[in-house]
Write a protein that binds this ligand. Structure first.
Ligand SMILES: Nc1ncnc2c1ncn2[C@@H]1O[C@H](COP(=O)(O)OP(=O)(O)OP(=O)(O)O)[C@@H](O)[C@H]1O
Ligand SMILES: [Mg+2]
Length: 148
């Protein structure tokens, strides 16, 4: 089995992706976020670094379409990584409510949540993932279920 992992987070804004990373994946995984890095070239550089050094990493973008996810999967597989996704089923009402509780740069316009929800396609193993995990939020926190 591969000795390192590339994780793609997948979910509309407000789903809980970054919170999940913070709770479950820090500090073992190199954190790669286009929002934080600002440019695709910076993101590509950091991703290439992770693959070259065989360092497990997580891509914390919305990654809502197969096309967006395809940006990472072939390179990750070629480098010998296990490729995994944690995805959140879009729940527009809940995401709007959580977004309303955010401040500053974290908060996105509501239209972005609606738009991304309408374009969302759930990831599946045919895209090249070794494992697909569906994440849901309950009163006691995140629940993770593997989808075969
Ligand atoms: N399990 C949870 N229970 C309750 N609130 C949560 C949970 N996870 C996240 N939240 C809250 O929901 C809001 C959105 O979460 P978060 O920032 O993790 O979403 P995101 O998917 O990273 O969004 P974006 O794509 O905009 O970065 C935050 O205010 C966060 O505190
Ligand atoms: Mg986030």
């Amino acid at each position: 089995m591969a000795d390192f992992e590339v994780i793609l987070m997948c979910g509309i804004p407000g789903s809980g992706k970054t919170t999940f990373c913070r709770e479950r994946l820090f500090p073992q995984y190199l954190y790669i976020s286009l929002d934080r890095l600002r440019t695709r070239s910076a993101e590509a550089e950091l991703f290439a670094f992770a693959l070259r050094r065989r360092k497990s990493c997580v891509i914390d973008n919305t990654n809502i379409s197969r096309q967006e996810r395809a940006r990472y999967i072939p390179a990750a597989k070629k480098a010998g990584a296990r490729v995994v996704t944690y995805w959140f089923e879009p729940d527009v009402g809940a995401c709007l409510a959580r977004n309303a509780g955010r401040t500053g740069r974290e908060r996105v316009p509501d239209i972005v949540i609606r738009d991304k929800s309408s374009r969302f396609s759930a990831p599946d193993r045919t895209e090249g993932f070794d494992q697909v995990f569906k994440v849901s939020i309950a009163d006691d926190g995140f629940h993770v279920e593997e989808q075969k």
